[in-house]
Design a protein around this ligand. Structure first.
Ligand SMILES: *Cc1c(COP(=O)(O)O)cnc(C)c1O
Length: 423
């Protein structure tokens, strides 16, 4: 750390209340296994960049066109992040300023639609995201949102349904991608439909960015008009987002982000995004992406062998959606029991869920975080056993059995320290 910081009290001394919570969170993450597919463990380098003095700096505008002075370093930092994003994904233009995935998506509405215009996205309970026009979101209230679903028989999107809906509704914007889609997104098919109806296609790769960078999921580049992504999921960077596009869309998107929607960019986040993009360029990252998918397939296979129903029957990527209907236990109760057993997941709706969204039939899990820790297929088999036993224990209300699983999880987790923290 920098010399002048050492003359000041450390966080421990300055604010023991917050320091204790951070220590506790380090212990929680270390002693449990995170299977939440939108979470990951960032490197120490990413954490350091996040915790840097760039958080002190205002930089409204873009490099070379700012509304504040003192941009000598920020105006080198932001282009560095932008160049790395362009190189990693092979795009002509990147904007690294969106505060997170939701505002990044809102910027695409601001760039291409007027309030009341028709927009189209996958329904939230089918695996889409709130910001793709779901009713409770601003995007569903300010725009006329129409939704596509998955097919009941397959659990998958059928492009014929999407095409029919697009022809009928003529949306301005079409979103593809989502938060709980275990299958490959057919960017080319969506692009053909968008072209046919004159819509702007937004590929929301928030979940998939790391898999795309690592070469284990097809890329939307050259297919989607706009690519929106978070930087903190499979891409393994700080909480943030990026918009990427061809040069023809650059100005509209940049103006939508600033001054359309946001004020000053979070420069400390930009620094950490730059670090994460450099990490994602390395061959080890491609290996990480491949292992993440292999682990998800292994977990899916193990769960299927133990009689769990997976939406769409399995996975092509880093996540799986388990329908617990046949196990006769609701998703929330299962997820809470697994949390007590040291395995962190989230309850999730399954397509055509008869249960309400706050207490749905499914749980969603994924392997990005566990794979970052170095866990492999052997651990996936152990984890699957603990999930099965944990859910059965929850059904019997056998808290002692749940605590025994938590103890085993702690032992195995200790063999796989999380990156980014001092041991
Ligand atoms: C996570 C996610 C977002 C939103 O990101 P936040 O950073 O939570 O706002 C948007 N779209 C998709 C598909 C996501 O998975």
């Amino acid at each position: 750390m920098h010399a002048q910081l050492l003359t000041e009290p450390s966080l421990d001394a300055a604010d023991p209340a917050v320091a204790e919570l951070i220590e506790g969170e380090i212990a929680r993450q270390s002693e449990t296994i995170c299977l939440i597919p939108s979470e990951n463990h960032v490197s120490r380098a990413v954490l350091e960049a996040m915790g840097s003095v760039f958080t002190n700096k205002y930089s409204e505008g873009y490099p070379g066109r700012r509304y504040y002075e003192g941009q000598q370093l920020v105006d080198r930092l932001e282009p560095l992040a932008v160049e790395r994003a362009k190189a990693l994904f092979g795009v002509e233009h990147a904007n690294v300023q969106p505060y997170s995935g939701s505002p990044a998506n809102l910027a695409t509405y601001l760039a291409y639609a007027e309030p009341g215009d028709t927009i189209m996205g996958m329904a939230l309970p089918m695996g889409g995201h709130l910001t793709h026009g779901w009713s409770v979101s601003a995007t569903g209230r300010w725009f006329r949102a129409v939704r596509y679903d998955v097919r009941r028989e397959t659990g998958r999107v059928d492009l014929d349904d999407v095409r029919e809906l697009a022809r009928r509704e003529r949306p301005r914007l079409i979103f593809c991608g989502g938060t709980a889609i275990p299958r490959t997104i057919e960017f080319e098919g969506f692009a053909e439909i968008a072209r046919e109806v004159g819509a702007v296609l937004v590929a929301d790769i928030a979940h998939l960015a790391g898999l795309i960078a690592g070469g284990v999921h097809p890329s939307p580049v050259g297919r989607a008009d706009v690519i929106s992504t978070t930087t903190h999921k499979t891409l393994r960077g700080p909480r943030g987002a990026m918009l990427m596009c061809g040069v023809e869309h650059a100005e509209a998107l940049d103006r939508a982000v600033f001054p359309g929607l946001q004020g000053g960019p979070h420069n400390h986040t930009t620094a950490a995004i730059a670090v994460a993009l450099e990490e994602a360029r390395r061959p080890q990252f491609a290996d990480y992406a491949a292992r993440t998918v292999a682990n998800a397939k292994a977990l899916a296979g193990n769960l299927t062998d133990r009689g769990f129903d997976l939406v769409s029957g399995g996975t092509d990527n880093h996540l799986l959606l388990v329908d617990l209907t046949s196990k006769d236990v609701p998703g929330k109760r299962a997820a809470q029991a697994l949390d007590r057993a040291g395995i962190t997941t989230n309850h999730n709706t399954v397509p055509f869920d008869p249960r309400p969204p706050f207490d749905p039939s499914g749980i969603r899990m994924g392997t990005p975080a566990a794979t970052t820790r170095g866990m492999g297929e052997a651990e996936m088999e152990l984890i699957c056993g603990w999930i099965d036993d944990g859910i059965e224990a929850a059904k019997r209300a056998d808290e002692a059995a749940i605590q025994r699983i938590a103890e085993r999880v702690r032992e195995v987790a200790a063999e796989f320290p999380i990156p980014g923290i001092a041991a």
